[in-house]
Design a protein around this ligand. Structure first.
Ligand code: PSU
Ligand code: MN
Length: 289
């Protein structure tokens, strides 16, 4: 089955309306055009759904749905609430629905630590990659995170990190981070081979495919870094904790960088939908052989 999961936290919390709704629809169109089947994931009235209807997508794009990561799943289900799923929660729901591919923008990671003695804020996305068998296609992770620590965490937990056409881990708005990936794949078939090998070995967990933002929409590191510093400082001053941190930082960076960061964000999401769909099609062909 060549289905591709798409997440909903990016719709509800990652992009402003109406860009978010337009993008959610466009990612589905891109996946279809490539010959795969889109399944936008979210929670409606306490029901986890892999394959939201257009009306349900519109609802998550316009209503103030809470951000739902793994630990929040039982709460929104018990209380019959709507929820916008993070990478972690989307992976879990996608896997239960039998979906192997998932396209997103940026994954969560290990945050840069702000104060000595304060324990690190580590996204549940990383732990999910360690245990749930889904291929996650992303543009790396934002440089507001501690990228070296994020990659170390993935290594410790046995998650192979593939650079799609690149040798360096991309940093979301920027194509490079100075940090090497585990290997470079240049085609969807190569990724499919590694996935099938992983399954053959019965290794648990997912695979991370990092695709750099298209060159024309890149914001180079030197240009984005001052804004990241500013956003981190503001978050520190505001005293944010836990699940509030990432949405706050994303919103603040978008405010500070304006239309340019949104354009970059939209471009990489579309690109990732394309790559994920191509891998889904390659996997389906392998299964037929
Ligand atoms: N990074 C981005 N855009 C996003 C997110 C992260 O550049 O939209 C969202 C994703 O849904 C991701 C979540 O799974 O934030 C991570 O949140 P936390 O760090 O609280 O685990
Ligand atoms: Mn966190």
């Amino acid at each position: 089955m060549n289905r591709v999961a798409l997440e909903s936290t990016v719709i509800s919390h990652g992009l402003p309306y109406p860009d978010n709704l337009e993008l959610a629809r466009e990612m589905e169109r891109i996946v279809r055009r490539r010959g795969a089947v889109p399944a936008t994931v979210g929670i409606i009235h306490g029901e986890p759904i892999a394959g939201l209807s257009p009306r349900q997508i519109e609802r998550l794009a316009t209503a103030d749905a809470p951000k739902v990561s793994r630990r929040d799943l039982p709460v929104v289900v018990a209380r019959e609430l709507d929820g916008a799923t993070t990478v972690a929660a989307t992976m879990w729901i996608a896997h239960r629905a039998g979906i192997e591919l998932f396209a997103t923008g940026g994954i969560g990671g290990v945050h840069r630590s702000r104060a000595p003695g304060l324990s690190a804020d580590v996204s549940a996305d990383l732990q999910e990659l360690a245990q749930t068998p889904v291929i996650v296609v992303c543009a790396g992770a934002k440089a507001l995170l501690d990228l070296p620590a994020t990659l170390e965490y993935l290594e410790t937990h046995g998650v192979t990190v593939i650079g799609y056409g690149v040798e360096e881990f991309p940093a979301f708005y920027s194509r490079s981070s100075g940090l090497p990936v585990d290997l470079c794949c240049n085609s969807p078939q190569e990724v499919a081979d590694i996935w099938r090998a992983k399954q053959g070995l019965e290794l648990p967990g997912g695979l991370l495919v990092a695709v750099p933002v298209p060159a024309e929409d890149e914001i180079p590191t030197a240009q984005i870094e001052p804004f990241i510093e500013q956003a981190l400082n503001d978050a520190h001053v505001a005293g944010l904790r836990s699940a509030e941190v990432t949405p706050y930082l994303l919103k603040r960076i978008a405010e500070l960088t304006g239309a340019r960061s949104i354009r970059s964000n939209l471009a990489l999401l579309r690109n990732n939908a394309n790559v994920a769909a191509a891998i889904a099609v390659a996997l389906a062909q392998r299964s037929e052989e």
